[in-house]
Structures are given as structure tokens and as C-alpha cells.
Design a protein around this ligand. Structure first.
Ligand SMILES: Nc1ncnc2c1ncn2[C@@H]1O[C@H](COP(=O)(O)OP(=O)(O)OP(=O)(O)O)[C@@H](O)[C@H]1O
Ligand SMILES: [Mg+2]
Length: 688
């Protein structure tokens, strides 16, 4: 196949037309496109993929050599034939330098263009041009592409070209593997090369960037930088580590460090520039963070109310914040910094502070309280917390944060004194309280003892009373009662005799006998009231019935006695107590309640025994009841309590205007109650 697709690149329309007409002589050749400058050439070549590009050199925006480089790199299958008006020898060298496949002088176009292209077609057909490098060396062996060259010259050119290609390849590899963005541009600011690093850094691919103006990556507010850079480049100057901001394809701004070097042609003219851009965003961010952190730290140090200071190992004060300056009475830092801090420490603490400072500068942490005497003679108590700090020159100094504790120390001292005083007072008070407590305890014990004695006395009194009543009752019954009985019997006998002998006296004697009988009756009643013999004789129930009957007769009170079934007998002392309780309750009802009725309930449930005496009277007024509950009044009720105490009994009074109920509960003692037989024997003795 001889077909050929040709892209014509020339800034002159007339030349393009001439080339078109030359090529039209071959029907199987097609002009696939035209471009007016290097940049358009690159764009069209990428778009059209021509077999051959006929490339002029001198063109606006991007020259033909730069465009050829790009096309050969990015489209190795597209061959480039340089078509130039320049000196053929120079053009040839230039063409070799950019890996063009041939060159034709414009003056020889009509003669050589077709044959040069024919040669290319043949080579392509024979496969020689299949190598991706677009081997100008092989092609240039053929004089048709680079005519009129002597063999030695060509050999030299071939070696040079090979070396140049290796160097180019190496350079390209270095450039592409660099992390830095490496960009070249011409003096018009048009990008002519763009490495991988540039793609990573700015986001544009080489295709997108080459041919565009460098302002592609310059933020609008920094465009004037480019003008200045270009001016310096034109003067052949290099721009080193210029830190600026560039913008990525995605709009993100980058902090970069730029190094820009002028690129010169073989004649030493500046034809463009190479830029090496390094992304220093991270470094800038670190610097910013560090600066902010330093500023923050400085602000904290300056605004803290504590003294922050740096003291070197020999005691020289290196830095002190404004709070510290105020504490030491300095009007400005110069009055104290650079001078010995030891001089500010009170003489008695100076050695201690020196040792402390040296210890910190040896790398230990610590804290210390010490006195200072400020520049204006004011003494202060200080408390410092210090840590070692390595400063820029590598030495370790003391970083001390010191607080003025004068007031606190004073307050602590006052507090300590007050506490001391308080403690003394408390101790004194405690002693007094202890003494008083002891007194009270003793007094209390005495009162308890007295009350115990009183209780004992009262109990003995009750016992004595009972014994005495019993004794009197027995005496009345046994002695007076017997005598009166005998007296009665004698009087009856005398009366019998008198009726026969002296009937007048008999009537008087009858009267005397009746009086003696009446007296015997009275003695018996009094004796039974003092101690009813029935209690010992037949037990509590009978004694109570006898007593109730007597009281009913004497008072007209309607009294009911309820006794639970199988009540049986209680221990003797207990029966006497219960009898006395009922006696006292009924007496109270009769004397105080105004009730016409009374109910006595005796209930026995196993070991529990209870007594209840209830009336329907006016009740005990609440305030009086309170006093009675507190055992504050009433000898009768108090006596009842005393009576039940030995039996662990409980007494309770419920009273209101509907009546009063006094109840008692006892637990019967363990040993069985004395048998009725024994009681009978005892009663027998009492009655006889
Ligand atoms: N059933 C009752 N109804 C109304 N008031 C009563 C009743 N029992 C007692 N009181 C009141 O309680 C008071 C105290 O009674 P307590 O038996 O202790 O003393 P007293 O009967 O006044 O005197 P003492 O019993 O020593 O002769 C009585 O004065 C009375 O006011
Ligand atoms: Mg009473």
C-alpha cells in the first residue's frame, strides 16, 4: 500500500496551499489536515493520527521543533518531515535532535518532497519504520531524506544521534520518575513538556497541558508573577526556590517551591524555560501548624497569671513572661533576663534553689517552694514546678512555672493557727464534756440506783403491805374473831340461864349477844377485805366473786366477771396480784368513773394470761392519761405497774369519753403452779 495521510503544518497559508498542490500529484496520498502553529499541530496530530507531518519550524505559540518532540514522543507512528527555510545543515541537525524522519528545504520542495515521502512509504512497507522510536538514523542512511550528506558525516551524525537518543531516553526516564513536577515552556509561556510528576501534582495530563499557556496553573491573583519570571528568564537569570501558590485542575491550591531555569538553543539564545515545582503544601501546613502552635503557646505563656521562666544551668535567666516580671518587680524584661536568677532568690533559699536548678538541668523534674526578694525589695513566697527543656543550642535548661503563694502561705498559716486554736478549744470542750458526761453518768447511775432502790422499796412495801394485811386479817380472824365468837357463845349461855332466873336481864343479854354477833361479822368482813382467805382456799375466781358480791352490795355497781374455760389456778403470788389489780380497778371505777357497770375478763391461752377491766364511765381526760402513761401520777396505777413488774407483765390503758379499759398481759412462769392440795393445806392452817 502506498497510501499516505499527511498533516501540513505551516503558519503561511500560501505555503500550505503549495504543499497541498504538490501532494495532490499522488492520488493515493491524502492531506488529512492543516495546522497553523506547533500547538495546533500537536492537537491535530493527536486527533488525526497522520502517517506523516510536514512541519515548519518557525511558527507562533509553539515552534515546529517543540511540536515535533511532542508528536514523536506521544505518537511514535506518525513520522515528521521538517520543512524549513533555514540553512539545510542546521535544519538537518535540528531534525535529528527532535527525532524527525527527514527534512526538506523549502527551496527544494518541488524536487525532493515527493521522493522523501516515497522513501518513507517504502520503508514503512518493508517494515523498517515499524520501530516505535521512529529511527531517523536508519532513515537518514538514505540520502533521500537528508540529501547531499557525505558518508563520514552521516556516520558521525548517526553516532551523535544514538548518543542523544540514549541521553534523551535517560533524561526522559529521570524526568518522568521524578516526584517533582518538571515543566518546560517557551518564552511566550506556552507549555511544551509536562512530566508524570506534573500530572500527579496538577491533575492535567501531558496532552491536556502541552500547548496551553502556563497560566493554566497560575491563580488569577498571581498572574503578574509569570510576567516577572519571564522577564528574568529572558535576561538568562535563574529563579531558585521561589515559593508561591499554584492551582490544580480540581481547583485546589497548592503551596509549591519553584526553581525555574532558562532553556537556551544551540546558539545560546534563551528559547524557553524549565520549571521544577515541588509540592510544599504539607511542609507549609506543618510550618503553619507549628507557627500557630508556637503563637498559641506564646499567648498562653503571656496570659497566664503564673511566672513562666527559663533558667540555664548556671542560673542565668533566659526568659520570663510578663506575670513573672511583675512578681519580681521588673518594669521590663531587660532588667532581669541575661542576669543571674539566683540574685532574686532570698539568701536563705539560694543554695537550695541552686541545687534544684542544677537537678532540673540534669534532666529531672521537680517542685520547690522558695522566697524571692524582688527588685523593689518585696519578699514573696513562691512555689515552682519545673521540668528540663532542651533549647535550640542543645543545652538543657529549667522550664519553671512558678506561682506566687505568699497569700496562700499566709492564709495557710492563719488557717493552721485557727485550726490549732480550734483544736485546743475542741480539746478543752471535749474535756469539759467528758467531765460533765462523767458527772451526769454518775448522777444518772445514782438516780437509777435510787429509782431501783425506790422500786425495791415500793415492791417491799407492797409485799409488806400484803403480809401485814394478811397478818392483821389472820389476827382479826384468829384472835379478835375467836374471842368475840367465844364472847357470843358465853353471852348465849348466860342469856339462857338468865331467862330462867332473871328474865329482865335476859333481854339485855340477848341484845349483847346480837352485838357480839354483829362484831364477829364485821371482824370477818374486815379480815376478808384485808386478805380474803378464799384466795388461798379455793382460788382467785372464788375470792373475786366474794369481793364483787360485797362491792355490789356496798356500791350498787353492776359487775360482771367473765372467765375463759379451763382457766384453772394461777401461781399463788400471781393470784394475789390479780386480785389486788381487780380490787384497785373496781375501786377506781367506783370512785372516779361514774359508771354503773363494770366487766372483768380473765383469759388464759396457754402460757399467756390476760386481765381486762372495762367500765362505761366518763373516761380519763387525755392530758391526765398522758401523765399516767408516763407514770407521773396516781399511786394506785403506779402500784399496779409495780405489782406486775416481777412477772414481766405489761399494762395498757385505753380511755375515752365512752369508758376506760385497763388491760394486763402476763406470761406464766415455767414451773407448774402449786397443786390445789398444797394450797388447801396452807389455807387450812390459815383458817384454823
Ligand atoms: N376507771 C376510771 N375512770 C375514770 N377515771 C379513772 C379511772 N381509773 C383511774 N382514773 C383516774 O386516774 C387517777 C389515778 O388513779 P389512781 O388509782 O392511780 O389514783 P387514785 O385512785 O386517785 O388514788 P389511790 O388509788 O391512790 O387511792 C384517778 O385519780 C382518776 O382521776
Ligand atoms: Mg385508785
Amino acid at each position: 500500500m502506498n497510501s499516505l495521510r499527511v498533516l501540513i503544518v505551516d503558519d503561511h497559508e500560501a505555503t500550505r496551499r503549495g504543499l497541498r498542490s504538490l501532494l495532490s500529484s499522488r492520488s493515493d496520498w491524502e492531506v488529512c489536515g492543516e495546522a497553523e502553529d506547533g500547538m495546533e499541530a500537536v492537537e491535530k496530530a493527536i486527533a488525526l493520527r497522520p502517517d506523516v507531518v510536514l512541519m515548519d519550524i518557525s511558527m507562533p505559540r509553539m515552534n515546529g521543533l517543540d511540536a515535533t518532540r511532542v508528536i514523536r514522543r506521544d505518537l511514535p507512528a506518525s513520522k515528521v518531515v521538517i520543512v524549513s527555510q533555514n540553512d539545510p545543515a542546521i535544519v538537518r541537525r535540528q531534525a535529528l535532535g527532535v527525532n524527525a524522519s527527514g527534512c526538506v528545504s523549502k527551496s527544494d520542495l518541488s524536487r525532493e518532497l515527493i521522493s522523501t515521502l516515497d522513501k518513507l512509504v517504502q520503508k514503512r512497507r518493508s517494515g523498517e519504520t515499524a520501530d516505535s522510536q521512529g529511527s531517523l538514523a536508519a532513515e537518514s542512511d538514505d540520502q533521500k531524506e537528508f540529501p547531499e550528506r557525505p558518508a563520514a558525516d552521516l556516520e558521525l551524525a548517526r553516532i551523535e544521534r544514538a548518543q542523544a537518543e540514549r541521553a534523551n531516553a535517560l533524561l526522559a526516564a529521570i524526568v518522568d520518575s521524578s516526584d517533582d513536577a518538571i515543566i518546560s515552556k517557551n518564552l511566550n509561556g506556552v507549555i511544551t513538556s509536562w512530566n508524570e510528576g506534573a500530572r500527579r501534582m496538577f491533575g492535567y495530563t501531558a496532552k491536556e497541558a502541552i500547548g496551553r499557556h502556563i497560566t493554566l496553573i497560575i491563580p488569577s491573583d498571581r498572574r503578574d508573577e509569570e510576567t516577572k519570571i519571564l522577564e528574568r528568564l529572558k535576561r538568562g537569570e535563574r529563579v531558585d526556590h521561589f515559593e508561591t501558590i499554584r492551582v490544580r485542575k480540581d481547583g485546589r491550591k497548592l503551596d509549591i517551591s519553584l526553581t525555574i531555569s532558562p532553556v537556551k538553543d544551540s546558539a545560546g539564545r534563551v528559547v524557553g524555560a524549565s520549571k521544577v515545582a515541588r509540592d510544599v503544601s504539607d511542609q507549609k501546613q506543618i510550618e503553619r501548624t507549628l507557627r500557630e502552635s508556637e503563637e498559641r503557646f506564646r499567648a498562653i505563656v503571656e496570659t497566664t497569671s503564673e511566672c513562666v521562666k527559663l533558667v540555664s544551668a548556671d542560673g542565668t535567666l533566659l526568659h520570663m513572661n510578663s506575670s513573672g516580671l511583675t512578681m519580681v518587680g521588673a518594669d521590663c524584661a531587660d532588667e532581669v533576663t541575661g542576669k543571674s536568677f539566683y540574685d532574686l532568690v532570698a539568701a536563705n533559699d539560694r543554695e537550695k534553689f541552686r541545687a534544684f536548678n542544677e537537678q532540673i538541668c540534669r534532666g529531672e523534674k521537680g517542685s520547690l517552694e522558695f522566697d524571692i526578694v524582688g527588685l523593689k525589695g518585696t519578699s514573696r513566697r513562691m512555689e515552682t514546678h519545673a521540668a528540663p527543656l532542651r533549647i535550640s543550642d542543645g543545652t538543657v535548661v529549667q522550664l519553671g512555672v512558678t506561682r506566687d503563694i505568699t497569700e496562700r502561705t499566709r492564709a495557710e498559716e492563719n488557717l493552721r493557727r485557727s485550726e490549732e486554736k480550734l483544736r485546743e478549744l475542741a480539746e478543752e470542750l471535749e474535756t469539759q464534756v467528758r467531765v460533765r458526761t462523767k458527772e451526769l453518768e454518775e448522777r444518772n447511775a445514782e438516780v437509777l440506783k435510787q429509782s431501783e432502790q425506790l422500786r425495791e422499796l415500793s415492791s417491799r412495801f407492797l409485799q409488806a403491805q400484803d403480809q401485814e394485811r394478811r397478818h392483821i386479817a389472820r389476827e382479826l380472824h384468829d384472835s379478835a374473831g375467836q374471842i368475840v365468837t367465844v364472847l357470843g357463845m358465853n353471852l348465849a349461855q348466860i342469856s339462857q340461864q338468865a331467862r330462867e332466873n332473871a328474865p329482865r336481864i335476859a333481854a339485855d343479854l340477848d341484845e349483847c349477844r346480837q352485838l357480839a354477833q354483829q362484831l364477829s361479822q364485821e371482824i370477818r368482813t374486815t379480815s376478808y377485805l384485808l386478805y380474803p382467805p378464799l384466795l388461798d382456799e379455793t382460788g382467785l375466781q372464788e375470792a373475786l366473786r366474794w369481793y364483787i358480791q360485797g362491792l355490789t352490795d356496798r356500791s350498787g355497781l353492776d359487775i360482771r366477771l367473765d372467765v375463759s374455760a379451763d382457766f384453772g389456778r394461777l401461781p399463788r403470788e400471781m393470784e394475789l396480784v390479780v386480785y389486788r389489780l381487780v380490787q384497785e380497778c373496781l375501786t377506781n371505777i367506783h370512785r372516779h368513773s361514774g359508771s354503773k357497770t363494770a366487766v372483768i375478763r380473765l383469759v388464759r391461752d396457754g402460757e399467756i394470761f390476760s386481765l381486762e377491766v372495762e367500765d362505761a364511765g366518763k373516761g380519763i381526760p387525755p392530758e391526765k392519761l398522758n401523765l399516767l402513761q408516763l407514770q407521773g401520777a396516781g399511786v394506785g396505777l403506779r402500784g399496779m405497774r409495780e405489782r406486775i413488774r416481777p412477772f414481766d407483765g405489761q399494762m395498757n390503758i385505753i380511755s375515752n369519753d365512752g369508758g376506760t379499759t385497763i388491760s394486763f398481759i402476763f406470761r406464766l412462769p415455767g414451773p407448774p403452779a402449786p397443786s390445789p392440795e398444797n394450797i388447801g393445806q396452807e389455807v387450812q392452817g390459815f383458817l384454823e
